[in-house]
Design a protein around this ligand. Structure first.
Ligand code: SF4
Length: 394
């Protein structure tokens, strides 16, 4: 008697990419063998699009303020005014950090902060006034200019911004960012991680994504795994990112980021994301997103399992700082760049530094304010001459 025919995982996959919406959604429930086949397919697509080169952006991290009006259950970064550990960087601290970044060979200044703290904290408004500003965005303009003066290219992630605020920051930032995280409204319901975070309503974030595209701002977004979302909701989020990119062409990179539990995390988000789940999401991102969009995963959140993630199809590690910690994930130090280089080489990949503005967007005049062209050319040239960095990070 012959054994019944079992379809091979490869037979269950469409033969083309990118996947259609229906094809992608059908793969949300893939079992382990099919996920392995998805990873093989995604890695082949990555190799065809980006070759055997993995990129990262040498950066300096400026946590301009950790005050935030939202309360995401999983966040260890945010503080309220008066809390132990609250900070707002003074212009002098900004200058000193930028100088250290420039000395380290960084090309990017990442400005990262909580959402709209001036609407929640009078003491913060007074601090801004001392620095001569009426709003956070006013201060970000100054910090961005200081970064440019230091020879670094600003990339700002300040949470949800209005169209006018985006317009204001555009001449000072080569790119802006906002994690979509997830399109699920379910995650905003009582008892869920975004319930007390008005700026995590998916519609608001999608609107900002649209406005950035309309204003021709190169953009970074991504999804966050491990906050109570379902696999289908991850796929729906990737499809929403693709749809926005297809309208505007502005998404340079999509981060597939795993939440890393830490002390104080609520039970819903207390489990680390399993490697198979992360591989599945990375592979789907590569197979869903259009050719020019990089798929990025932070190496410091996955130091023990980089190789299987590379095998799932990522092509970029995002920003890695030689001089500052990851303030948002302070318990996850960035890898030594020589170690990262060696691990990439062990898999047959070259590790290469890149600026925060990817070449495709840097080459198109409508995506870059005239004032940023010369600084972008200078940083790009500097990074091209830069040998792989090897100094310890922590
Ligand atoms: S919006 Fe960002 S900084 Fe604010 S609580 Fe949520 S994750 Fe933390």
């Amino acid at each position: 008697m012959t054994a019944p025919h079992r379809p091979r995982p490869a037979d269950a996959l469409p033969r083309h990419d990118p996947l259609s919406d229906a094809e992608a959604l059908a793969l949300a429930d893939a079992d382990a063998p099919l996920i392995e086949e998805l990873c093989r397919r995604a890695a082949a697509r990555r190799d065809a699009l980006f070759g055997r080169t993995l990129t990262y952006s040498p950066k300096v991290f400026l946590p301009v303020t950790n005050l935030c009006r939202n309360h995401c259950d999983y966040c260890s970064f945010r503080r309220s005014s008066g809390d132990a550990g609250e900070w707002t960087m003074s212009p002098a601290e900004v200058r000193a950090t930028l100088e250290a970044g420039r000395r380290s060979g960084a090309g990017e200044a990442l400005l990262c902060l909580g959402d709209r703290p001036e609407t929640a904290f009078p003491a913060y408004r007074r601090t801004l006034a001392e620095y001569g500003h009426a709003s956070t965005v006013d201060y970000l303009v100054q910090v961005s200019q200081l970064a440019l003066d230091a020879g670094l290219l600003p990339h700002t992630n300040a949470g949800v911004l209005s169209r006018e605020e985006l317009r204001r920051l555009r001449p000072y930032n080569v790119s802006l960012g906002l994690m979509l995280e997830n399109v699920s409204l379910r995650l905003c319901a009582p008892g869920m991680p975004h319930h007390k975070a008005p700026d995590k309503r998916p519609a608001k974030r999608l609107q900002m994504l649209e406005q950035a595209g309309e204003l021709r701002i190169p953009f970074t977004s991504g999804i966050l795994l491990g906050i109570g979302e379902t696999r289908r909701e991850r796929v729906e989020s990737l499809l929403a990112l693709r749809a926005s990119h297809r309208r505007h062409g502005h998404l340079q990179e999509v981060i597939v980021q795993n939440f890393v539990p830490h002390s104080g995390t609520r039970p819903l988000t207390s489990q680390a994301v399993e490697a198979l789940e992360l591989r599945h999401a990375i592979a789907l991102a590569r197979l869903i997103l259009d050719d020019e969009v990089s798929v990025q995963t932070p190496p410091n959140l996955n130091a023990e399992r980089l190789e299987p993630l590379i095998e799932a199809g990522l092509n970029d590690f995002g920003g890695v700082s030689p001089v500052t910690p990851d303030y948002v994930n302070s318990q996850s130090p960035w890898p030594h760049l020589r170690t990262l280089q060696a691990r990439c080489a062990g898999m047959g990949f070259q590790l290469r530094a890149r600026p925060p503005l990817h070449p495709r967007w840097a080459a198109a005049p409508e995506w870059l304010d005239e004032r940023l062209r010369e600084p972008t050319a200078q940083v790009t040239a500097r990074l091209q001459q830069r040998p792989p960095e090897g100094r310890p990070l922590q």
